[in-house]
Design a protein around this ligand. Structure first.
Ligand SMILES: Nc1nc2c(c(=O)[nH]1)N[C@H]1C(S)=C(S)[C@@H](COP(=O)(O)OP(=O)(O)OC[C@H]3O[C@@H](n4cnc5c(=O)[nH]c(N)nc54)[C@H](O)[C@@H]3O)O[C@H]1N2
Ligand SMILES: Nc1nc2c(c(=O)[nH]1)N[C@H]1C(S)=C(S)[C@@H](COP(=O)(O)OP(=O)(O)OC[C@H]3O[C@@H](n4cnc5c(=O)[nH]c(N)nc54)[C@H](O)[C@@H]3O)O[C@H]1N2
Ligand code: SF4
Ligand SMILES: [Mo]
Length: 666
């Protein structure tokens, strides 16, 4: 039997490790941390899309309506020359780069290095569509924009509050930790706009009206303050801002919150007490909080709630559960338009100059770059002329994608580096075939900030190349300094130099051990990462969603995830085992609402917003009146609102829509 290779799962940010047999490409779960012998169906079948006949095998160039193969040398030279021409004509900020939360730390590190040496901070990744509101809120309050504690801590806390997050479908393996916590006596509370699979595990399942979470969090704080259940000593010694919170939540009585949220006041009291009296606790949250115009404020409210009780360090944790397998790594490597590596602000001159020196230049650009979600307007205005995309599919994943597709069409140069001919790649002038995750080595960082090595299992398919090799060629062709790497490990060693915590750790250790936590396993145990070491509690008021239901568009549309589908479907829809298991996507609708419109279970309906229409079959039940929940993985973004929050994330979780019956046979 051949030796099994340890590989990081290419799907979600939980970061399971897989053991892959190079001969058969079969997957078994890794027994150690973090997945302890468990995998969900996606991980178990993760090598299937790699073997798909649809994989890109050669570099391609558009010639009019045709797409023809060209050599790597020609492709890279032509792309580099076009990028340099565009910079010459319009300046470096006319070029933008989208990094990928699917590729390794080394690869993200290289792409942001290219962007910044090229002269622009127009470098971003899908964190913008996802948890960037959590990053901003956490930075403001505790000084560091990441999950605070490891998964293992979940098992010893007294309460776990799961908010706008459905781990039973989106991070199935974390449910194993949550059920062990429950066996150890923890109370589980879930807050969602529908009856989710995760609620089945809960002691309290609260169904809240979409976009009203601040009212609930403030009302829970109201009860906790009024009944003096907060941790007085913690608040005095480790936080500032308590009096503002006390003032702000005064009017959020449970009865007032009941009117706003739809959750009975008595339930709010009971849950607030349960949460406060547990003595230790975690709040885990997801897209139900961040993908709103109030995203940053939603997250501020739940952080405040945890900190009133001192739920940090040994006594609790904040868990913004990260989405993609390397979204945390992409951010740490600096693939964000407002931060250098390590989330260091662009204005931190000492750090910026240190990075510049390592890269062999004097200084780096200091102006914030465009957010991923701001690119489309910049392209419409002619401010951005060229876009280089690595492993991202905005033609499907961005809000109001009809507008995004128009913008893609308008570009002077679009390069897409992917493993498949994606919906986005169809607009590209050049399409570069990347090797898939198990065809290359590299390091990845999961939601608990554990860096793990993923080992190469098999050779790259056809003429495809690992992303880091493509980017090294591009850096050289652009004439940028410091792209003469002889091996992948030299890139790993270079990013290690940026973080003092990694200075005396070795790449070898990363390859053989259970991973390395950056900066360390548990944050804020004794002091916060803020300048004065204290958490800055920030009071927030309710903010209404951007679009409101009215007589024309009476329903609230939200978008959700399903266990066997993944994001824009490029990978899961090419995995035969998952396709067999997944079934047809359906829109969830309330039974009473459906009756009024004469709609039966399984009927075809048309869902329409001010931006577009999609057709789907209906699944009745599980959602409250007035709410319609569409799986995001297909055409949902024909419908969604592109209103952005302060961190640049669209309000994917709230649009006004109407529903029309089409009959049951289409
Ligand atoms: N199977 C699968 N797993 C995945 C992914 C996938 O596509 N498929 N994607 C990965 C990625 S990139 C991410 S970011 C994570 C996301 O993981 P989650 O955050 O769990 O994903 P979502 O289903 O988008 O949203 C979570 C919940 O928010 C609820 N919600 C909507 N509006 C509101 C609201 O106003 N208030 C509250 N309280 N709840 C609301 C929805 O009903 C939904 O159950 O999953 C990762 N894992
Ligand atoms: N309506 C609605 N829209 C949403 C959301 C929502 O909840 N509702 N969620 C948002 C969120 S949280 C996210 S994270 C985004 C996700 O949006 P995207 O990141 O655009 O979606 P993915 O399908 O994950 O795209 C990843 C791409 O990487 C490619 N890829 C995989 N492996 C490799 C590799 O090794 N190298 C290269 N070069 N490419 C590779 C895949 O083929 C795929 O095209 O969607 C956002 N959009
Ligand atoms: S839980 Fe996430 S990381 Fe683990 S196997 Fe499933 S998709 Fe992969
Ligand atoms: Mo995400």
């Amino acid at each position: 039997m051949s030796e099994l290779k340890t590989v990081v799962c290419p799907y979600c940010g939980f970061g399971c490790r897989l053991l892959v047999d190079p001969r058969t490409m079969r997957v078994k779960p890794y027994k150690g941390e973090p997945n302890r012998g468990k995998l969900c169906p996606k991980g178990l079948h993760a090598t299937e899309f790699v073997l798909s006949g649809d994989r890109l095998k050669r570099p391609l160039r558009r010639e009019g309506v045709r797409i023809r193969p060209i050599s790597w040398g020609q492709a890279i030279d032509e792309i580099a020359n076009r990028l340099l021409e565009i910079r010459e004509l319009y300046g470096p900020d006319a070029v933008a780069f989208i990094a990928s939360s699917k590729v390794s730390n080394e690869e993200n590190y290289l792409l942001q290095k290219i962007a910044r040496l090229f002269g622009t901070n127009n470098i971003d990744n899908c964190a913008r569509l996802c948890h960037e509101a959590s990053v901003h809120a956490l930075k403001m309050v505790v000084g560091a924009g990441t999950q605070t504690n490891p998964y293992e801590d979940l098992e010893r806390f007294g309460v776990i509050l799961i908010w706008g997050y459905n781990p039973a479908e989106t991070h199935p393996v974390v449910m194993d930790y949550i059920s062990r916590a429950k066996k150890n006596g923890a109370k589980i509370i879930v807050v969602d706009v529908r009856e989710t699979t995760s609620m089945a595990f809960a002691d309290y399942g609260l169904v809240i009206k979409p976009g009203t979470d601040i009212a609930l969090a403030n009302a829970m704080m109201h009860v906790i303050i009024r009944e003096e259940l907060y941790d007085d000593e913690f608040i005095r010694t480790r936080t500032t801002g308590f009096s503002e919170i006390r003032m702000a939540v005064r009017k959020y009585t449970p009865e007032y919150a009941e009117k706003v949220t739809g959750i009975p006041g008595e339930t709010i009291r009971k849950v607030a007490r349960e949460f406060a009296l547990a003595g230790s606790g975690a709040i885990m949250w997801g897209m139900g909080l961040t993908q709103h115009v109030s995203g940053v404020e939603n997250v501020l409210a739940v952080i405040d709630l945890a900190l009133l009780l001192g739920y940090i360090g040994e006594r609790g944790g904040l868990y913004p559960m990260r989405g993609q397998n390397n979204v945390q790594g992409a951010a740490y490597m600096g693939a964000l338009s407002e931060f250098l590596p390590g989330y260091v602000p662009l204005t931190d001159e000492r750090f910026r100059k240190r990075v510049a020196k390592i890269w062999g230049v004097e200084d780096l650009p200091t102006e914030r770059g465009l957010y991923l979600t701001e690119l489309w307007e910049a392209i419409e205005n002619g401010d951005v002329r060229a876009l280089y995309i690595v492993g991202e599919n905005p033609a499907v994943s961005e809000a109001n994608f009809a507008r995004v597709r128009e913008a893609l069409r308008k570009l002077d140069l679009l390069v897409v580096q992917d493993i498949f001919m994606t919906r986005t790649a169809r607009y590209a002038h050049y399409i570069l075939p990347a090797s898939a995750f198990c065809e290359k080595d590299g390091s990845y960082m999961n939601s608990e900030r554990r860096i793990q090595w993923s080992h190469k299992v098999c050779e790259p398919l056809g003429d495809s190349k690992p992303d880091w090799e493509i980017l090294t060629m591009l850096g050289r062709a652009l004439g940028l300094p410091g792209f003469d790497y002889a091996s992948l490990e030299e890139i790993t060693a270079e990013y290690f130099r940026l973080f003092p915590e990694l200075e005396d750790r070795s790449v070898e250790e990363l390859k053989t051990g259970e991973g390395i936590f950056l900066p360390r396993k548990r944050l804020h145990t004794w002091e916060f990462s803020t300048p004065d070491g204290k958490a800055r509690l920030i009071a927030v008021e309710r903010i209404s969603p951007w679009e409101k239901p009215d007589s024309e568009y009476p329903f609230i549309l939200t978008t959700v995830r399903l266990i066997s589908h993944y994001n824009t479907g490029e990978m899961t829809l090419r995995s035969p085992s998952l396709v067999r298991f997944m079934g047809e996507p359906k829109v969830f609708m309330n039974t009473m609402d459906a009756r009024k419109l004469g709609i039966d279970d399984g009927d075809w309906v048309e869902i329409e917003t001010r931006r577009g229409r999609v057709r789907m079959r209906v699944k009745l039940g599980k959602v409250p009146p007035g709410v319609v929940a569409v799986p995001f993985h297909f055409k949902a973004n024909r419908l969604t609102s592109e209103a952005l929050n302060k961190a640049g994330t669209p309000e994917f979780k709230f649009s006004a829509c109407r529903v029309r019956k089409l009959g049951n046979n289409l």
